[in-house]
Design a protein around this ligand. Structure first.
Ligand SMILES: *Cc1c(COP(=O)(O)O)cnc(C)c1O
Length: 373
């Protein structure tokens, strides 16, 4: 297919290019764990843990978005674990974000520190200036979740290269439509496809992508031996989600920007963060490396009680964790022990019409006694 077409068009028409007369247009779910294999065991497919046609099709679609080989996992954490197991050995030093997705650090501390791997952390906003001497692998996350800090990926990639460190970027909040870490010099992207990529809050999935086959080989071997295999049924739902990714991301981003703008005019709202707001401390760096700013807005209301009432009484907010789904959702992060004020809310915008979401947000705050400033 023509190279001048966007990855989304190529993804949507990928299957059509190879169809024979009478073939199903929709992607078939191949449920088989075993494949016809007489004699010599050389074949396109052998056994489910080694490869599955439905899973491979979805990997090819993600590969178009990443511009790189992508390997699918049954969750975002399975992808992160595969990266660590494939590329860390005793005596290595790993530098991980101090304020991004908590379970990445928890995994390192519980299972890699005892194996003799040295774990250092750094706040996302300072990561591009971190001293990487002796570091084997850096895991950055930008914008970070839930604090929405940003780090300069091109600069971090240059520093990593100079120090001989590998750079992996968790691109879950941005998606490859809004930020391309591999183009900025990262060695790997990892993503929780559970979020916007699948987009309907109904499956867990994740992937690792890289343009260097030598870096991908140990990740693939880890998956085959460790057995972290995405089911073809879940892969199919991810495929369904990817078909509408661009539309959903565009609406969710527009919702987040409109909500952030509305909140910036409300009294009682403090600590508002959205990397797309011109007034946000991270906007300068975000604008250089992002073409859209994601679905998440964070802010504080004066108390935990008020924040809980806001979430409870807002007609379009599902009280739930996670983000990247079709419904807007929100939660008080203090309930997870995050180091944030009680009234800190992470609001994840869905794909409701923009005027509905902003209107309901302003009306809900007004009903709690907070007015437009
Ligand atoms: C959700 C998330 C993960 C983990 O993904 P799971 O599919 O829940 O394992 C990793 N990183 C980020 C930034 C996430 O938001």
């Amino acid at each position: 297919m023509a190279d001048n077409l966007s990855p989304i068009s190529r993804l949507l028409h990928r299957r059509g290019e190879s169809l024979q007369k009478g073939d199903p247009v929709a992607l078939p779910i191949v449920a088989s764990t075993t494949f016809h294999l007489p004699g010599d065991p050389q074949a396109s497919h052998v056994y489910g843990r080694y490869g599955n046609p439905t899973v491979e099709e979805v990997e090819a679609e993600i590969g178009l978005l990443e511009g790189a080989e992508a390997v699918l996992f049954p969750s975002g954490m399975a992808a992160i674990a595969a990266l660590f197991y494939a590329h860390l050995k005793p005596g290595d030093r790993v530098l991980v974000h101090a304020d991004g997705y908590y379970n990445a650090r928890a995994l390192l501390e519980a299972y890699f520190a005892p194996l003799g791997i040295d774990i250092a952390t750094c706040p996302t906003a300072e990561m591009a200036e971190a001293n990487l001497t002796g570091v084997k692998l850096v895991l950055a996350e930008t914008p970070s979740n839930p604090g929405l800090e940003v780090c300069d990926l091109a600069k971090l990639a240059r520093n990593a290269k100079d120090a001989g460190a590998l750079l992996a970027v968790d691109n879950t909040t941005a998606t490859p439509l809004c930020q391309r870490p591999l183009n900025l010099g990262a060695d790997f992207t990892i993503m929780a496809d559970t979020k916007a990529m699948a987009g309907h809050s109904d499956i867990l999935a994740g992937h690792v992508a890289s343009r260097d086959p030598a870096l991908m080989q140990p990740v693939k071997t880890w998956r085959r031996l460790g057995g972290a295999i995405c089911s073809p049924f879940d892969a199919y739902l991810l495929h369904r989600g990817l078909a509408t990714l661009e539309l959903r991301v565009a609406r969710a981003n527009a919702n987040a920007l409109a909500v952030a703008n509305a909140l910036s005019g409300m009294e009682g709202v403090t600590g508002l963060r959205y990397p797309g707001l011109a007034t946000d401390p991270a906007h300068g760096v975000a604008r250089k490396q992002m073409s859209g700013y994601g679905p998440i807005v964070s802010f504080c209301l004066p108390s935990r009680e008020l924040a809980e009432r806001f979430i409870e009484t807002h007609p379009l907010l599902t009280p739930a964790t996670s983000f990247g789904g079709v419904h807007s959702a929100a939660e008080c992060r203090a309930r997870w022990g995050d180091k944030v004020p009680g009234g800190f809310i992470r609001m994840a915008c869905g794909i409701e019409p923009v005027a509905d979401l902003t209107g309901a947000t302003i009306r809900t705050l007004s009903a709690l006694g907070l007015r437009s400033a």
